[in-house]
Design a protein around this ligand. Structure first.
Ligand code: COA
Length: 320
């Protein structure tokens, strides 16, 4: 048995912010953001929360799969911006959906989170302890941005994506997940500091810090190598892949991956232009977009790949 993606869903906040809108509140421009990243707009939560976006994406994915919440045995949400430290986002989703038979837990792997959730579910399915799972990537990154740091805050957006994974005869051919903690400080955000009666610290909350060039170099080196390795391990060539659904951080990273794999950009759908980088939600929201537009046909082979904080990265090759 393997895992098959049998339904997808996504949700974005209603409030859309253009590059020009940002240029009114900070020293930036549409020209700078678009030429450096490809991003034109992003959606930022004003009324929504990580949980409300995730629940909406989950409901859509269940409907798309024709699966009832009570049929789920596993729920895994990937997020670095849950509304609460506990209960987990997954348990909140379980409660909202009435998924009474599921075991729910979160994964924190930055922008690779959805791939890590997929890999985990795949291992559960292969071991026989899971038949129907819901996996999600959901983020409200705008709450951990320093809105005075133009080099980071213009890149990110909010949103959620979900997929239902069913045990089946065909589907995922191979998944990999990797990490390199030695480069962790390239993209980091501190949690609350130690603060108790014996050790006092100011309780100022930290925001996202990024060494953009280091992350860029890591992505363009690691992503094509990982995709080539995973394809080689299952005897599939890049030419046989219909679509490469990559984490949406920067169009120049995606163009570089396309070039290194010797594949046309038409095979690399985008939602970063509209949504910016939504971390763990990038891959599933884009997957939902191409699925709903009928751009993937049964039997097509597709690649999913993510990379980000940790540093972490992961990829999957599957038959639709
Ligand atoms: N608007 C205008 N100018 C900006 C700006 C903004 N929003 N942000 C930074 N700048 C300025 C800098 O201050 C710098 O000015 P200086 O030369 O006078 O010091 C200049 O633009 C160039 O900055 P630099 O950091 O060298 O730009 P870059 O070409 O490396 O592009 C990124 C920056 C962040 C777009 C790029 O490094 C990147 O995409 N990295 C990957 C990040 C990523 O994908 N992170 C998420 C991974 S999950």
């Amino acid at each position: 048995m393997t895992g098959r993606i049998c339904g997808t869903g996504s949700a974005l906040p209603h409030f859309r912010v253009t590059n020009d809108d940002l240029s009114k509140i900070m020293d930036t421009s549409d020209e700078w953001i678009k030429s450096r990243t490809g991003i034109e707009t992003r959606y930022l939560a004003t009324e929504e929360t990580t949980t409300s976006l995730a629940v909406e994406a989950a409901r859509q994915a269940l409907e798309n799969a024709g699966v009832e919440a009570a049929e789920l045995d596993t729920i895994i949400a990937a997020t670095v911006t849950p509304d609460k430290l506990f209960p987990t986002l997954s348990c909140e989703i379980q409660n909202a959906l009435g998924a009474v038979n599921a075991t729910a837990f979160d994964i924190s792997a930055g922008c690779s989170g959805f791939l890590f959730a997929l890999n985990t579910v795949q291992a559960y399915i292969e071991s026989g302890c899971c038949k129907k799972a819901l996996i999600l990537g959901a983020e409200v990154l705008s709450k951990i941005m320093d809105w005075e740091d133009r080099s980071t805050c213009v890149l990110f957006g909010d949103g959620a994506g979900a997929a239902v994974i069913c045990a089946d005869e065909t589907g995922i051919l191979k998944c990999v997940q990797r990490s390199d903690g030695t480069k962790g400080m390239a993209l980091h955000c501190y949690n609350r500091p130690v603060n108790n009666p014996y050790k006092k610290n100011p309780v100022d909350l930290d925001y996202t810090h990024m060494n953009g060039q280091e992350v860029y170099k890591f992505a363009v080196r690691t992503v094509p190598k990982t995709i080539s390795e995973i394809l080689g391990s299952v005897g599939v060539t890049p030419d046989e892949i219909s679509l490469f659904i990559l984490h949406q951080a920067n169009i120049r990273i995606i163009e570089s991956v396309a070039k290194r794999l010797n594949q046309p950009m038409e095979k690399f759908p985008l939602n970063l232009t509209e949504c910016g980088n939504i971390s763990a939600a990038s891959v599933p929201t884009l997957l939902d977009k191409v699925n709903r537009r009928g751009l993937i046909k049964k039997g097509d082979k597709i690649v999913l790949a993510g990379f980000g904080a940790g540093l972490t990265w992961g990829a999957a090759v599957l038959t639709w």
